[in-house]
Design a protein around this ligand. Sequence first.
Ligand code: HPA
Ligand code: ZN
Length: 343
Amino acid sequence: MATHQPRTRKTRPVPTPLPKAELHLHIEGTLEPELAFTLAERNDITLPHPTIDALRAAYSFTDLQSFLNLYYELMAVLRTEADFTDLAEAYLTRAAAQGVRHAEIFFDPQAHTSRGVSLDTVVNGLGAALDTSLERHGISTHLILCFLRDRPATEALATLHAARPHLHRISTVGLDSAELGHPPEKFTHVFDTARALGLRCVAHAGEEGPASYIWQALNLLKVERVDHGIRCLEDPELTAHLAATQTPLTVCPLSNVRLRAVNTLADHPLPALMDAGLLVTVNSDDPAYFGGYVHDNYEALRHRLGLDETTLRQLARNSFTAAFLDPRRRDELIAQLDAHPTP
Ligand code: HPA
Ligand code: ZN
């Protein structure tokens, strides 16, 4: 009797993720629905969505504000140091599997202090996970304290002063939340103060807001990187300036599609930004909400925008160039990338 051999299925080799840095990642945006329900139960909080599926169904956004509404609402489950540690640990575990070797991580203190959760709780909780990240996950980290631009500048300044006991854990300040109607110029004094305290500066600009907001971030806030920045292409002089100064852009392709800053990934301006000579990096922004972590963004660019391996490697290299890394670690990570086999 003929024996039936099990059919060997031909599968495409899955490329192992390239070593890379992630420079635009909101830790609160890594809150997966499953963890949100676990923390809600732990803290005796009732979420407005009865099940994980019902919650996921709410992830259909029309613009930045529609996302921010859910993003701030779900943060209610984050109450204790352990909650923040678990959140960061879950991100680091996923990030390691996505090839991340260095992560510069945003957090939004005002979104927590405004609900009665202290800055100590937030920073100590995140810090407990970040302190062991290199050892446990091979990921070096920085923390970036973001000010909410739709809140008053006086509140941002008070937040900066409240963070002073934690500055050994924080390298950089950033600016996020609802962009339209909240230009960077509103925060000039806050960023001056942050720089005087030895902090580096980045800001979201040109995601939904106009190119003039990018100029303000550069000239008034004196940022070293622009988060998103995709609307720079509307101003040729700005594009040329960003190219000449090699000011990095932290671009987030899947986020841009989900928040409808671009129509589809095939329409994404990332190739045009690279062609203009800009230092472009690829990042995940709020991966639990936007359908993928950073390697997923690289793979989406490969499959839906047709980027080839050389270009993807260039983007990974750019992530190390644009990172606030000491030169030894940067060289070490670029060497890891160069040694990484091509699929
Ligand atoms: N843009 C602005 N603010 C944010 C974002 C974003 O994509 N994610 C979290 N806060
Ligand atoms: Zn962002």
